[in-house]
Design a protein around this ligand. Structure first.
Ligand SMILES: [Mg+2]
Length: 93
């Protein structure tokens, strides 16, 4: 990449997991198109699950199935990626 910065193996691993999650989303929902308000609701729902997973590690909060912090973070990044894809496509249209 630029500026002599090296893509580390952990960067590649995480981003590959995000890409895999993006493919899972498309397989589950098809190609999603929403207005930005709709996307923000979806993104914030996923961010809430990150918070739930963090709270669970502290023994806080209500019972939740958001128990895998790594997975929840990947889902946030994947939703952000889907929004970015739409923004990019619309800027090129
Ligand atoms: Mg989630």
């Amino acid at each position: 990449m630029g500026n002599g910065v090296i893509v580390t193996s952990v960067m590649a691993h995480v981003n590959n997991d995000v890409l895999e999650e993006r493919c899972k989303q498309d397989a589950k929902w098809g190609k999603q198109r929403h207005d930005l308000g709709g996307w923000l609701m979806i993104l914030m729902e996923e961010v809430g699950e990150v918070s739930e997973a963090m709270m669970k590690e502290r023994g806080w909060g209500k019972p939740t199935d958001a128990n895998d912090l790594y997975k929840e973070l990947i889902q946030v990044a994947a939703v952000a990626s889907a929004i970015a894809e739409q923004v990019l496509e619309q800027s090129e249209a």
